[in-house]
Design a protein around this ligand. Structure first.
Ligand code: PLP
Length: 379
């Protein structure tokens, strides 16, 4: 099986497994305990926090460990629901992950306004600029890169606009972290990340909050994380997450992702030649170097492609992992203006750091073969 579903989750890298084992074997205490075993755990936790703060460019105490990005994102919407005036709005992009979209709708209902996106899947900065001239939301939330299309969002620009108007800015950087340099992310007010997208374990992530600001906890019943998130910290998986991030940051610093982008671009060019009628969503926009979101040629629907490719030995997906299994247009493609008939043909192929050029070639051959098999026989 060749794995092309890294945007759903990535394999846990060796360095992360070793870090987990090392901490599990050597550091047995609870970080909140007073004895030496507890102190060792709390030192390991503080080291991890300092390390993440250095990567992001923020203060260590701005960071809260969470069970992943779903929890981190819910913390943000929950906090604003508890602290904004009853009439205030929040604005989130129309292409946010369901854990932002649905939690915003849950807490704010119609007061959660959706920022439109262009046909290419880029959040409409002009819309934000012109709306802000008249009124201010209590929060703006725009992801750093989209999980379905890989389109990189103008988060720096939007952050600058928000800053100028004194509006807090939140970015879900789950798909961005571990693929592109983190520079600038730590300046954003709220940032979420999840280890399992960059080679760390599942079930661990973080939230960065503004320096010296409070956050309304989602979980109560303990003084951990400065009283901001109750529950014993899992030091081993946090250490594993940081080991994975260290590796990714080094690879990015060596620009190793640039060659991988070339492989992806070559795949796309050949894919479009081999499958007449196919297209790449957001092709002309800056995109994550690992993602291909393709509209397959008319005929076979995406679920059939995913199943056929799976049988042929390739793991691909229909979009976000959380919506996989239902053959409906995703909210992302709908927001981009794709009609249902088109959107049901979208197949996402997402590579990772471990993906080789030979893997891309094999995928191309696999897709082209299936396409040929699906063509009606010529009489
Ligand atoms: N945000 C984005 C952009 C994602 O892609 C995902 C996972 O697919 C999440 C949030 C949820 O992250 P987690 O699985 O850590 O809860």
């Amino acid at each position: 099986m060749i794995y092309f579903d890294y945007n759903a989750t990535a394999p846990v890298m060796r360095e992360a497994r070793e870090a987990w084992l090392n901490v599990t074997e050597k550091i047995g205490g609870n970080p909140s305990s007073m004895h030496q075993a507890g102190t060792r755990a709390s030192i390991a936790l503080a080291d991890a926090r300092e390390n993440l703060a250095a990567h992001l460019g923020c203060h260590p105490l701005d960071l809260i460990w969470t069970s992943g990005a779903t929890e981190a994102n819910n913390m943000v919407t929950h906090h604003f629901a508890r602290t904004l005036e009853a009439t205030e709005e929040i604005w989130i992009s129309a292409i946010e992950h369901p854990c932002v979209h649905d939690s915003a709708k849950h807490y704010f209902g119609k007061r959660a306004k959706l920022i439109p996106v262009t046909r290419d899947g880029v959040v409409d900065v002009d819309w934000i600029t012109s709306e802000m001239a008249d009124r201010r939301p209590g929060l703006v939330g725009v992801m750093a890169a989209n999980n379905e299309t890989g389109v990189i969002q103008p988060w720096r620009e939007i952050h600058a606009i928000c800053k100028a108007y004194g509006v807090p800015f939140f970015t879900d950087a789950v798909q961005y972290i571990g693929k592109l340099p983190l520079k600038g992310l730590g300046d954003c007010d709220y940032v979420s990340g999840a280890a399992h997208k960059f080679g760390g374990p599942r079930g661990v992530g973080f939230l960065k909050i503004p320096h010296r600001k409070a956050i309304t906890p989602l979980l109560h019943g303990g003084k951990q994380e400065g009283g901001r998130r109750a529950g014993t910290e899992n030091v081993a998986i946090i250490a594993a997450m940081m080991a994975a991030l260290d590796v990714r940051e080094k690879q990015i610093a060596r620009s190793e992702h640039l060659l991988r982008k070339v492989w992806r671009d070559n795949f796309e060019a050949q894919f479009l030649r081999a499958l007449p009628g196919a297209s790449i969503i957001g092709q002309n926009q800056p995109r994550l170097w690992n993602t291909v979101s393709a509209l397959m040629p008319d005929g076979e629907r995406k679920l059939q492609w995913v199943i056929r490719l799976d049988k042929a030995g390739f793991a691909v997906s229909t979009g976000s992992a959380c919506t996989t299994g239902k053959e409906e247009p995703s909210h992302v493609l709908s927001a981009m203006g794709y009609k249902s008939a088109h959107a049901v043909r979208a197949v996402r192929m997402s590579a990772g750091w471990e993906t080789t050029e030979a893997d891309w070639d094999a995928l191309l051959k696999g897709v082209a073969k299936l396409y040929q098999e699906l063509q009606p026989a010529k009489s």
